[in-house]
Design a protein around this ligand. Structure first.
Ligand SMILES: CC(C)(COP(=O)(O)OP(=O)(O)OC[C@H]1O[C@@H](n2cnc3c(N)ncnc32)[C@H](O)[C@@H]1OP(=O)(O)O)[C@@H](O)C(=O)NCCC(=O)NCCS
Length: 173
């Protein structure tokens, strides 16, 4: 599969804004956390760069890489990689979170993005990662289990009022 998962470059501005059109305006967090309406691309890039390097992090934030999945030059989804865990992420969020735009779902893209993000995590020096997902998000936990995710537990999430699963994926070298 010819999917490339990588951080955005300066030259990806057109692809970034094209990719955004595939997401509902009222929930862009599946596509981007950093960009806000009206923000120039260069400003967002500066934010992403600092987050990746762990510079000037807001309280409670850990270093973070936003990786985008490119297929034929188009952005079809993204993986958010948290380089370490804190109390909040251990409860919900874990090390990685992923999303694929509706028109591109059920084609194995999320599976491939997760495969590549596991290598990214290995390169960060992590030996295991936590992933959490809603108990009824079948595609998400199918992906996690495909990569030998070990279920730690199921816990009730007070904020979203739902049962979530917390998994660990061991990262063998
Ligand atoms: C979850 C999500 C990333 C899956 O993306 P995707 O590209 O469709 O996933 P894949 O094509 O790699 O499919 C993964 C597995 O789930 C299965 N699957 C996909 N959609 C499914 C659905 N609606 N119902 C049941 N199984 C489904 C696939 O068949 C595949 O299993 P298989 O290999 O055994 O056949 C996508 O639905 C999404 O972005 N959802 C919204 C965001 C989200 O929930 N992210 C996860 C947060 S933890």
């Amino acid at each position: 599969m010819s999917l490339i998962l990588r951080p955005l470059k300066e030259s990806d501005e057109t692809s970034f804004f094209e990719g955004m059109k595939l997401w509902p305006e009222d929930d862009l967090s599946w596509y981007t956390f950093a960009w806000k309406p009206g923000m120039p691309y260069s400003t967002m890039m500066a934010i992403l760069d600092k987050e990746m390097k762990g510079i000037d992090l807001a309280p409670g934030r850990v270093p973070h890489s936003m990786l985008y999945g490119f297929v034929d030059g188009k952005i079809i989804g993204r993986v958010s990689v948290r380089h370490s865990l804190n109390e909040m992420l251990r409860k919900r969020g874990g090390n990685i979170g992923y999303a694929v735009a509706e028109p591109y779902r059920r084609s194995g893209y999320a599976t491939e993005m997760v495969r590549q993000s596991l290598q990214y995590c290995r390169d960060l020096g992590l030996d295991k990662i936590m992933i959490t997902c809603s108990d009824n998000n079948i595609p998400s936990w199918k992906i996690i289990e495909k990569f030998h995710g070990e279920l730690q537990d199921k816990v009730w999430d007070e904020e979203d009022n739902e049962m979530i699963r917390r998994y660990w994926i061991p990262l063998t070298k």
